[in-house]
Design a protein around this ligand. Structure first.
Ligand code: PEP
Ligand code: MG
Length: 536
């Protein structure tokens, strides 16, 4: 047995023989040519054929993995038509009097190096795309284009890395799992694997030449076992059976409404930390995003993210969700989420300290930058803003004042923006007690049960020593949830739960009985919660 750990790109368990995909000989020779026009034409014909292949791949991907994921082939088509790219190839053929294969390979190296050295992560990932389109053209020029490898029986694909075009060309019914030695969890291949619902692990230090060996792939913890022993195989088979039963049930629920037996419809949204989670949101059929923890955007940076940078991220999320609700929570740092460049003082009790809306209302310029970006991005979809850690009515009034100012500034500068719904998180006992007054000021409540439990039970959510005292189902918390829902309804607004308790299916019936309107859970919990609600 050999054990290797990589990074899970998609969950699931598989066992099977390895098909090791190796890069074909893509060596390109530099040959002198005499007929420049003929060589240029050879390139143009190959380019046209590559475009046709990409159109077919797009159509195939559209059917198998949906529009968002098929887009990569559209991007490839656009890249193949890029003037700079084409000009560079034709120029190399002409000035160096060399074969088209060489000109494409040289251009591919130059462009991919350029992309790889860029600061922006998205642009860096385009380096692999330039190589992919160039290899396609070279294969056509060399006449070695064999299209997809035919897999005769279901196997686990092991490769150094997989280009999106290679991934989608594989017969999905014959692929048990993907394991790559390189690759990031955000690569398009990983995204495709997620959408194809195939377990995938990237960045795994598997040695070369493993073709034909047996492998267990555990996409839940990112581990693989090569040549497992009998016990490991038995355990794995049991897990696969259980998983298959679960998946079958859940597949039946995709596209079904989230509605109780008595006909009450509940909004079922997903929680995300960034754009990279949206694949999972769509895959699990969430009806919207109920909590986008925007502070992760700040946590990834070395300095305050600019209005433009934030605008681009919020716009992308709004566009990808295509008109579905996207609730973006404003910055919630402090407590357990510290960021150096905020230069916050060390505090005795950080959870009771300078955090979330308290920072935003004290350092208004940071808050205004975020709100401006949010209101501008709202033009591109269905964005709502949600404020965390509210304890007083004046805080909400102050936030509304700032939003009003921003609207005036944007209007004056003729910058497009859209008015958005404003909600607050109810996650402090103070907010629960004055929920009726707060409800008169906002469009919705979302209950942050993680903090609400911490503050109600006086138990630090980080302190594992207090586990025996911590009761997630404490009657005090449940009573508070009921009070919040009633206060919301008295004000004619909706109330949901976006804390972890929202995904606790032991409580779903209780929440439905209390009159909950929305639940926002991690993407993987969307379908299990839908199943439970439909049984309520
Ligand atoms: C909560 O407190 O329940 C919540 C959803 O917010 P966070 O976990 O980010 O504090
Ligand atoms: Mg919270």
């Amino acid at each position: 047995m050999e054990y290797y750990a990589g990074k899970s790109a998609f969950q699931g368990i598989a066992i099977g023989k390895i098909t090791e995909l190796k890069k074909k000989d893509n060596q390109v020779r530099r040959n002198r040519i005499t007929d420049i026009d003929m060589e240029k034409n050879r390139f143009k014909n190959a380019q046209t054929e590559a475009m046709e292949q990409l159109s077919k791949l797009y159509e195939r991907a559209l059917k198998e993995v949906g529009e968002t994921n098929a887009m990569i082939f559209d991007i490839h088509r656009m890249m193949l038509e890029d003037e700079d790219y084409i000009e560079s190839i034709l120029n190399i053929i002409e000035t160096q009097q060399v074969n088209a294969e060489y000109a494409v390979a040289a251009t591919s190296d130059n462009f991919s190096q350029m992309f790889a050295s860029m600061e922006d992560e998205y642009m860096r990932e385009r380096a692999a795309d330039v190589k992919d389109i160039s290899e396609r053209v070279i294969k056509i020029l060399k006449g070695t284009d064999t299209s997809a490898d035919i897999l005769s029986e279901p196997t686990v694909i092991v490769a150094d890395d997989l280009a999106p075009s290679e991934t989608v060309q594989l017969d999905k019914s014959k692929v048990l799992a993907f394991v790559t030695r390189k690759g990031s969890t955000n690569s398009h291949t990983a995204i495709l694997a997620r959408t194809m619902n195939i377990p995938a692990i990237v960045n795994t230090p598997i040695p070369q030449n493993v073709h034909g060996k047996t492998i267990i792939v555990n996409g839940f913890d990112g581990k693989v076992i090569i040549e497992p022993n009998e016990n490991e195989i038995k355990e794995c088979t049991i897990l696969i059976e259980k998983e298959e039963q679960k998946q079958k049930l859940l597949r039946e629920l995709k596209g079904k409404p989230t509605i109780t037996k008595s006909g009450k419809s509940i909004k079922l949204y997903a929680n995300i930390g960034g754009v990279s989670d949206i694949g999972a949101v769509l895959q699990n059929d969430a009806e919207g995003i109920g909590l986008f923890r925007s502070e992760f955007l700040y946590l990834q940076e070395q300095d305050y993210p600019t209005e433009e940078k934030q605008f681009q991220v919020y716009k992308q999320v709004a566009e990808m969700m295509a008109g579905k609700k996207v609730i973006i929570r404003t910055l919630d740092i402090g407590a357990d989420k510290q960021i150096d460049y905020f230069n916050l003082d060390k505090e005795e009790n950080p959870a009771l300290g300078f955090r979330a809306v308290r920072i935003c209302l004290s350092r208004e310029n940071i808050f205004k930058t975020q709100l401006r970006a949010l209101m501008r991005a709202a033009v591109y979809g269905n964005i709502s803003i949600m404020i965390p850690m509210i304890i007083s009515v004046w805080e909400v009034k102050k936030v509304k004042e700032i939003i009003k100012e921003i609207k005036e500034e944007l209007s004056e500068s003729k910058i497009p923006f859209k008015d958005v719904e404003l909600g607050i998180m109810i996650e402090t006992p103070a907010a629960v007690m004055i929920a009726e007054e707060l409800g008169a000021e906002v469009d919705f409540f979302s209950i942050g049960t993680n903090d609400l439990t911490q503050y109600t039970l006086a138990i630090d959510r980080q302190n594992t020593k207090l586990d025996m005292f911590y009761d997630a189902h404490h009657p005090a918390v449940l009573k508070m949830i009921e009070m919040i829902i009633q206060a919301a309804h008295k004000n004619g607004i909706w109330a949901g739960i976006c804390g972890e308790l929202g995904a606790d299916i032991e409580l779903t019936q209780k929440f439905v009985d209390m009159g909950i309107d929305e639940l926002s859970v991690s993407p993987a919990m969307v379908l299990p919660v839908r199943k439970k609600i439909r049984e309520c």
